[in-house]
Design a protein around this ligand. Structure first.
Ligand code: NCD
Length: 314
């Protein structure tokens, strides 16, 4: 097994061999999660603390289930009601938690880089559950597992990432991961929603959806992230849907067996047609959620193993 990382802060620091190791282990957890009894003792006796400074439904639930299925003691901090609201800094909160000896800290934070900062201050493994526009590594890994299972491979595929790229940590982590695994990546969206450094990404950029979707294997849609916009990035939601919303007509430009993905939460009728999102012949959106639990189980197990003193078997 090839795994060296002590924290999972981003895809940036992972090698292709580590990505493959994690996905192979996650595949085994998909099988376990489909059985009636889903329990393992891999993390028994260990403590996992989830700190979400931004709202989350699926990511938080997924990390909580993943820890519980591996036997960890899982605690969800109610960050809205925490001492942060009384003026405590992120670092002070981290130091306080560190004194309680957790083994795994799962953190989501609105500021890019906040999770890396925190990882420097604590003794345990830190998993980034999304920091600002920076990275969301477990989302990219669960997307990769979904693609690998649907397409039978994770290399030399043509993958379109569409919509609000500029504000998306999901896009950033996916561009890094899919690039490391040698796929062809196309970014599709209006120029106002493209990151300024897009030329450095080694990807093709399209403004026209139909042109960009031509013959792709995978169509990954992104949510229009209003909460990160401070001005007029799009004319109107209606106009946006007309030009960039994925529906059956636009999808027809992709390969006939192309799959449709979305990290959720979805804005039906804004970036994606609701009927298409529910079409089990094309959409793998529910599989993505299923893969999420398995990928997070694998990630936590590998981080804990990487921290065992040499020679100790787990
Ligand atoms: C994403 C996120 O939070 O970055 N959602 C998720 O984790 N499933 C994408 C989004 O919010 O649009």
């Amino acid at each position: 097994m090839n795994w060296r990382a002590k924290h999972l802060l981003g895809i940036e620091h992972l090698g292709p061999d580590e990505i493959t190791t994690l996905l192979d282990l996650a595949d085994q957890y998909v099988s376990l999660n489909r059985q009636q009894i889903k329990h393992r003792d891999t993390l028994a006796g260990l403590t996992q603390i989830n700190m979400f400074f931004e709202n989350s439904t699926r990511t938080q639930a997924s990390f909580e289930l993943a820890g519980k299925r591996l036997g960890a003691d899982v605690m969800n901090m109610a960050m809205q009601a925490s001492s942060i609201k009384k003026g405590e800094t992120l670092i002070d909160t981290a130091m306080t938690l560190n004194a309680m000896h957790p083994d795994l800290l799962v953190v989501r934070h609105p500021h890019s880089g906040a999770v890396n900062l925190l990882a420097d201050k604590v003794n345990c493994a830190v998993l980034n559950a999304g920091d600002g526009r920076h990275e969301h590594p477990t989302q990219a890994l669960l997307d990769a597992l979904t693609i690998r299972r649907a397409k039978g491979r994770l290399h030399r595929l043509s993958i379109a990432i569409c919509g609000d790229i500029a504000h998306s940590r999901v896009a950033r982590s996916n561009i890094l991961l899919l690039g490391k695994m040698e796929n062809r990546i196309r970014l599709i969206g209006p120029p106002t929603l493209m990151p300024s450094q897009v030329a450095e990404f080694g990807v093709e950029v399209f403004e026209d959806m139909r042109e960009g979707l031509q013959d792709v294997d995978v169509v990954m849609m992104l949510r229009l992230q209003r909460e990160r916009m401070d001005g007029g990035f799009i004319p109107s939601e209606r106009e946006y849907y007309h030009r960039y919303g994925l529906d059956a007509e636009k999808l027809a430009y992709a390969k006939p067996d192309a799959i449709v993905m979305h990290p959720g939460p979805m804005n039906r009728g804004v970036e994606i047609d609701g009927t298409l999102a529910d079409d089990i012949n094309r959409s793998v959106i529910q599989e993505q959620v299923e893969m999420g639990v398995a990928v997070r189980m694998a990630a936590m197990e590998l981080l804990i193993q990487a921290r065992q003193p040499k020679g100790v078997l787990v």
